[in-house]
Ligand binder design. Structure first.
Ligand code: ADP
Length: 617
């Protein structure tokens, strides 16, 4: 029993080689037989025919010799007769030793008998001629010898015919044999081709069967079914491979069991942790079906896990605003997004910072959405207390500040008395600091108003030129004092903007005053407007100090001021924070482009009036 695949393949090849050898040997043998048969038969027959013809020739000459003997020259006739007799007998012996055909032997015996008679009669003729004369000899020849002569010739012709026939038969047999050989060889070849094909196909399938089974099993395992085992149907190399493969999957199964156990244990732990986190947490799939939630979520949203599990999130949250925010956060493809929402529970208002995070699978597509509701009610309350406090303080500061400024102004005017130089310096310092304080109070009041939602916006349509002109006007003198060029070229072709006039004027005031503050003598400030993509872009650009790159975003936060700037810090760090709040409330965006030492540009966008989105002439 052959066990190795190599041995089996070799055996199949051997069978095929054997088949080819059988066909080759049979063909060669048939051809050899054929040629031998043709050769043998043809040569033997040809020898007999040729000998018979020679005998006919010899006996005809003998007959002429007899006639010469009778009537022309008896001694020459006898001599010639004897010569031809020798010749005849020589050829006779050839035929007598070359009997190949059926009936040939009888014919040869007949030739022998007839010829012997003929020769004997010649001796009788010689006696008759010498005893009874020529005419009696002629009669004897005509009546007796000629009969034997004709008879012998006839028998010889029969011999020729017999051999000729045999030659024809040989040719016929050869043709027949060759065609039957041809059919045999052809048949064998066809048989060899078909059986070779069938054998190789059968064995190829047989040998490949274990490979096919192994491949199928591998596919199932790749799809995740580690319980699959390949059938071992052969003991050859592929059988060994299948066995090793099965061992490997068993090990994998074992490993998976261990790992799965660990994972489940870990998952259990994390589940317990998540379940007991004090902030509400809910996890949903891509169809917003709840796949996990914790106790806090159940409590805050007053739901039970068994009722909402695998159901749509909207049913549990029951707040369209929150649900819309979650779905927009998922659609934005940002990793996390958060927004504060107010929720009413037991007639109390709570604030939750809703944080939406997405978990991606190995294909980088979102598989789970995790939503955490951070309770920020306390923070909100603290913020409110702070804002209220700042608002009250600022408000309380305003009245005394106004009297301080007024008093300082009166002192400065010297309307109530002349001041000496030292007194003037003090009064100037008081004016400067109280102005700063007044600005700070104003900014703080504005900011607290905006942050607490108390700021009231009066949106109307305005020409952006009119707002800019109103905002820029008070700064021309200041710019001249500081030796700074302030440029603005109005563009009357712009559409109307839909804004709060005072707030946008406040924004521009802030940006222009910053530009003047952070530029030096000889610098330039450009205010410009443009209309693109249905939005108005306002730019305040200066050639002043510039802002370091890592401050470009931070400067819009409260109390942030660039420290490493050459200028003496003269502001409150609140202006840009208020500016950003106002622009955001206008659905616009603001950003800063700057290079240190080269100047800065503050750009913000405004929405155009929806009934006036065509450009004006
Ligand atoms: P401040 O009252 O300090 O000016 P802002 O909020 O208006 O407060 O500005 C914050 C900080 O941004 C400033 O302190 C300053 O460092 C920087 N800044 C604002 N505008 C400019 C400008 N045009 N050029 C250079 N730096 C600027």
């Amino acid at each position: 029993m052959i066990r190795t695949l190599k041995g089996k393949i070799t055996l199949v090849y051997l069978v095929l080689v054997l088949l080819i050898a059988v066909v080759g040997i049979t063909a060669s043998f048939n051809l050899y037989q054929l040629s031998k048969a043709i050769d043998g038969l043809m040569i033997e027959n040809y020898k007999s025919i040729s000998a018979a013809n020679s005998m006919i020739d010899a006996i005809e000459r003998q007959d002429s010799a007899v006639l010469m003997y009778i009537s022309v020259d008896s001694s020459r006739g006898k001599e010639l007769f004897a010569d031809r007799n020798e010749e005849f007998l020589k050829w006779y012996n050839v035929t007598a030793n070359n009997i190949t055909e059926k009936g040939e032997k009888e014919l040869i015996l007949a030739i022998k008998a007839s010829y012997n008679d003929y020769v004997k009669l010649f001796f009788d003729l010689q006696e008759i001629r010498s005893r009874e004369g020529v005419s009696k000899a002629v009669d004897f020849y005509n009546n007796k010898m000629m009969l034997d002569f004709i008879n012998t010739k006839n028998v010889l012709k029969q011999l020729c015919t017999l051999n000729e026939k045999s030659m024809f038969n040989s040719k016929y047999t050869a043709t027949k044999n060759s065609s039957s050989s041809m059919y045999i060889v052809l048949g064998l070849s066809i048989f060899a081709v078909f059986s070779g094909f069938a054998i190789s196909r059968f064995f190829t399938n047989k040998f490949l069967m274990p490979v096919t089974i192994l491949t199928k099993t591998m596919r199932l395992i790749r799809a995740g079914d580690l319980n699959q085992q390949a059938d071992i149907i052969s003991k050859d190399e592929i059988g060994e491979l299948a066995e090793e493969f099965n061992n490997m999957t068993k090990r994998l199964q074992q490993y998976e069991k261990n790992t799965l156990g660990n994972i489940l244990a870990e998952e259990n732990k994390s589940n317990i942790i998540v379940k007991n986190i004090s902030d509400p947490i809910v996890v949903v799939d891509m169809n917003y079906r709840i796949v996990m939630l914790n106790h806090a979520f159940e409590k805050v949203f007053r739901v039970e896990e068994k009722h909402v599990f695998n159901k749509n999130l909207i049913g549990a949250v029951r707040n369209k605003e929150i649900f819309d925010f979650i779905s927009s956060a998922v659609d934005s493809y940002a990793d996390t997004k958060q927004k504060i929402f107010a929720l009413n529970s037991n007639k109390e208002e709570y604030f939750y910072n809703v944080v939406v995070a997405t978990a991606k699978d190995s294909n980088d597509s979102i598989s789970r959405i995790i939503i955490v509701f951070q309770n920020v009610t306390q923070l909100k309350e603290l913020e409110k207390i702070r804002t209220d406090f700042i608002a009250t303080i600022s408000h309380e500061f305003k009245t005394p500040l106004t009297s301080i400024i007024m008093g300082a102004d009166m002192l400065k005017d010297e309307s109530i008395g002349i001041l000496n130089e030292e007194q003037q310096q003090f009064v100037n310092a008081i004016t400067e600091d109280s102005d700063r304080l007044a600005n700070l109070v104003n900014d703080l009041l504005e900011l607290t108003r905006i942050e607490s939602g108390k700021a009231v916006y009066k949106f109307q349509k305005y020409s952006i030129n009119s707002i800019i002109e109103c905002a820029i006007q008070p700064f021309y003198n200041l710019a001249v004092q500081n030796n700074v060029q302030l440029y603005y070229e109005p563009d009357n072709s712009l559409p109307m903007v839909y804004v709060d006039f005072e707030k946008i004027t406040w924004v521009l005031n802030n940006l222009i005053s910053n530009a003047i503050k952070y530029t030096g003598s000889g610098d330039e400030i450009y205010v410009s407007v443009a209309f693109r993509s249905n939005k108005v872009y306002v730019t305040v650009k200066d050639t002043g100090a510039g802002i370091p790159e890592d401050y470009l975003e931070k400067i819009f936060e409260k109390y942030v001021q660039v420290k490493d700037i050459d200028f003496e810090v003269r502001g409150t760090g609140l202006g840009l924070a208020v500016v950003k709040e106002i622009i955001t409330a206008h659905n616009g965006v603001i950003w800063c482009e700057s290079r240190l030492g080269m100047g800065s540009a503050f750009i913000f966008t405004l929405e155009v009036d929806s009934f006036d989105n065509g450009r004006k002439d």
